[in-house]
Design a binder for this molecule. Structure first.
Ligand code: AMP
Length: 191
């Protein structure tokens, strides 16, 4: 299996690039943010809980997120692999993912980390708000908080995969096509 963690701060282009990767490598796309948003839309208990954190730009608690992710993975029989988009966002999630994947006789192949500097992220998110309808993209204070949470809690997850020799940094600035080419060559050089 090819299991990729597509990593990066909010606005780095994870969702856009995931679309390209799933098409080329025939993978299942699991975006925890998308799953939470569809639960919010469906007014589920999980959605109500997640919304209370997402509206503030905070992380949904690990236990809730990990349980959800596990049950999503189990929905697919014989997948070629997964793109984990927006997960793991803490070291506890990364650990739980490793443990869970080993029970499924598989593992993370590599982490591709899109690197984009903060000012560019803020510009991109505000622009995305015009089409995404996401409240957490439209408010500069929430954007600030999401970036702060990323720097404090999520960025350290890079070290987790670095120690496993699975970390690849990708320049996330440039045209969408150029960035896709960088991601494809990173994957192909490891496969
Ligand atoms: P995203 O769509 O990845 O930008 O995520 C939107 C929001 O969903 C985040 O700001 C968090 O509140 C929540 N979220 C998504 N993925 C996770 C995760 N792995 N752990 C905790 N919270 C998450």
């Amino acid at each position: 299996m090819l299991n990729v963690v597509l990593f990066g701060p909010p606005g780095a282009g994870k969702g856009t690039q995931s679309e390209r990767l799933i098409e080329k490598y025939d993978l299942v796309h699991l975006s925890t943010g998308d799953i939470f948003r569809s639960n919010i839309k469906g007014e589920t208990e999980l959605g109500k809980l997640a919304k209370s954190y997402m509206d503030k730009g905070q992380l949904v608690p690990d236990s809730v997120t990990i349980d959800m992710l596990r049950s999503e993975v189990l929905k697919y029989s014989n997948p070629k692999g997964f793109i984990f988009d927006g997960f793991p966002r803490t070291n506890a999630q990364a650990n739980a993912l490793d443990e869970f994947l080993s029970t499924q006789n598989t593992a993370i192949t590599l982490m591709l980390a899109l690197e984009v500097e903060e000012e560019e992220l803020k510009t991109r998110l505000l622009k995305r708000a015009e089409v995404s309808g996401r409240a957490d993209d439209a408010d500069p204070a929430i954007i600030e908080n999401r970036i702060r949470v990323y720097n404090n809690e999520t960025a350290p997850v890079k070290d987790y995969y670095l120690q496993q020799g699975k970390f690849i940094s990708i320049d996330g600035i440039g045209s969408i096509d150029d960035i896709t080419t960088r991601l494809f060559s990173a994957i192909d050089s490891r496969n």
